[in-house]
Design a protein around this ligand. Structure first.
Ligand code: SAH
Length: 213
């Protein structure tokens, strides 16, 4: 699969649409313009890759809708060299967007098939995540903690305690909370024990599952 000027044009249009939908973080919009989303999808979806829609990526999972990726990325307030933990690597598209924003990304995926495919794809595209891990995201990555921010890209029934513990003071945890529909939730760590909570409307994600591997 190739990246062409036609794809670049579609990406520019997608970034414009996301700006119209309320995304204001320039770094997010620039990353959307740079990352070739069509290469993260099965080639049968190539023609639709720059629509603002989620698509299947195998193993019963989906690549998040671009607006959702942009919204979560904006809530993280990414600064260059921020150390970010992502739960739910999936296709690697969200990972790639954060890398393009200058973050050092650590990502965990529990589906072995997706872990293997994405671990091969990202280096092929020249996208350097710091660490891709196969395992249960409920546990986070204690060996690499603490993180400047943490993003969960699956619908979580609860906020995993381990993730709260792995956040720096001042750090941001962005997590869609709920069963059928999820409320996008931002926790900002104030000190060792206190977190400030903000809520941002409804989203729809595949579920964050307990590890089965
Ligand atoms: N960020 C991804 C979104 C994929 S959908 C993308 O841009 O494509 C959510 C992903 O979370 C799925 O791949 C699913 O397998 C994974 N997931 C679900 N429960 C998990 C868990 N407990 N630990 C790690 N990953 C999990």
């Amino acid at each position: 699969m190739k990246d062409t000027s036609k794809h670049q044009g579609l990406r520019n249009q997608l970034a414009k649409l996301l700006a119209e939908k309320g995304i204001t973080d320039k770094k997010v919009l620039e990353a959307i313009k740079v990352i070739p989303r069509h290469l993260f999808l099965n080639s049968s979806f190539e023609d639709f890759a720059y629509q603002d829609k989620a698509f299947p990526i195998g193993a019963g999972q989906t690549i998040s809708q671009p607006y959702t990726v942009a919204f979560q990325s904006q809530l993280l307030e990414v600064k260059k060299d921020h150390k970010i933990l992502e739960i739910g690597t999936g296709s690697g598209y969200q990972t790639a967007v954060l890398v393009a924003m200058g973050a050092k990304v650590y990502s965990v995926e529990r589906q072995n098939e997706l872990f293997k495919t994405t671990s091969a794809l990202l280096p092929k595209l020249g996208i350097r995540a710091k660490y891709l891990s196969f395992g249960d995201g409920y546990k986070g990555l204690p060996d690499y903690a603490p993180f400047d921010s943490i993003i969960v890209t699956a619908g979580a029934p609860i906020i995993p305690k381990a993730l709260m513990a792995q956040l720096k003071i001042g750090g941001r945890l962005v997590i869609p909370l709920g069963e059928d529909v999820q409320i996008m939730t931002l926790l900002i760590r104030k000190n060792a024990t206190q977190f400030e909570k903000h809520e941002f409307g409804d989203f729809k994600f595949v579920p964050l599952l307990e590890n089965k591997n």
